[in-house]
Design a protein. Structure first.
Length: 344
């Protein structure tokens, strides 16, 4: 049974893109000269992932610095940076492949005034399940119609327009008919796929610091707390830790005996630092390791361990077997050899 996975991204009006369609495979490589828009495409999928969490649009894209998790920092450029020059709207969409078929989401976000959903639709294999209608801009409401296969016909109700409509459906649709249950099932598949998106852009300068030891450490998108995550893996799952060690050993330019941790305590706080044990060549801490080794360690940790150790707000109510992680790897080959990149 296929897990819900994003298989197409539509950038109708987003940053530098106009009417672009990007098909996604199990491995999709974006390449081209600097400034062509590779990062913008990754940002588009990250925006959809953030909106799927159900927070206000502005908060989702500008960040909530007083919170932890994927919304703690803004998407690149924030809300205003997502709007194409000379426009006052963002138009995005995606298609998710699921066991029920292909689920298509399209949305228009207006930014002339408070950010709001001006149009949103959800369909399954070409059949419209949810669509929006008339707006009440002053009260920030929009009429929503969703599929219902009873004699009553489709159901209409006003929704807050400051939040993605699809993210609100699980709390608004009763599921009392087969049609409504189909709406909820398609909604769950779409939100599951989008919430399992993890943007990863390791920043070696931030990865070199000592990290506070935390048995529940979750890797941030910049991998600044990589040492805490390595410490967690070493204590929690020897099998995954062993796989990570073998991947790092295969990528190392010198024989590597182990991936260990240095520890120190200050003010009652235990801190850790990842250490590459190079045998007779000595031990190299993350604070002295090369950019390439640190970036490779971060990418390998994500690809080999999965969403459980990532700073994601996943659909925890959905079994692991029905979820599929999507990694947005920024500058995957930066600082790495061809062989190291190929191994990832």
């Amino acid at each position: 049974m296929p897990r819900p996975t994003v298989e197409e991204l539509r950038l109708t009006a987003f940053k530098s893109y106009r009417r672009a369609v990007l098909p996604l495979a199990p491995l999709t490589v974006l390449h081209g000269p600097a400034g062509v828009g590779k990062s913008n495409a990754l940002d588009a999928l990250a925006v959809l992932s953030r909106l799927a969490l159900g927070e206000e649009i502005a908060d989702s894209l500008d960040g909530l610095p007083d919170r932890t998790g994927p919304l703690a920092s803004p998407v690149r450029g924030g809300l205003n940076g997502c709007v194409p020059h000379g426009r006052d709207a963002v138009i995005l969409g995606c298609t998710v492949r699921s066991p029920r078929g292909r689920i298509r989401l399209d949305l228009v976000i207006r930014t002339d005034g408070p950010a709001r959903i001006a149009r949103e639709s959800l369909s399954l294999d070409g059949r419209t399940l949810v669509d929006t209608g008339e707006q009440d801009v002053r009260n920030r409401r929009v009429n929503v119609c969703w599929h219902n296969d009873t004699r009553q016909g489709d159901i209409r109700a006003p929704f807050p327009s400051g939040t993605m409509i699809t993210a609100q459906l699980p709390l608004r649709v009763a599921g009392s008919s087969g049609g409504e249950r189909l709406v909820l099932a398609a909604t769950e598949d779409l939100l599951t796929a989008l919430r399992e998106v993890f943007p990863l852009h390791p920043v070696p300068a931030l990865m070199r610091g000592w990290a506070r030891a935390d048995p529940q450490a979750r890797l941030r998108t910049n991998a600044a707390n990589i040492s805490a995550v390595v410490n967690r893996l070493s204590n929690e799952c020897p099998r995954r830790y062993g796989r990570l060690l073998r991947a790092v050993q295969a990528a190392a330019p010198h024989p590597l005996l182990g991936l260990t941790l240095a520890e120190r305590e200050s003010g009652g706080v235990r801190r850790v630092l990842a250490v590459f044990d190079e045998g007779v060549l000595g031990r190299t801490g993350a604070d002295q390791a090369s950019d390439g080794m640190l970036r490779h360690l971060a990418f390998a940790a994500v690809l080999l361990t999965g969403a459980g150790v990532l700073d994601l707000d996943v659909a925890a109510e959905v079994p692991w077997a029905h979820r599929q992680l999507t990694v947005l790897a920024e500058d995957l080959g930066a600082g790495l050899s061809i062989e190291q990149t190929a191994s990832l």
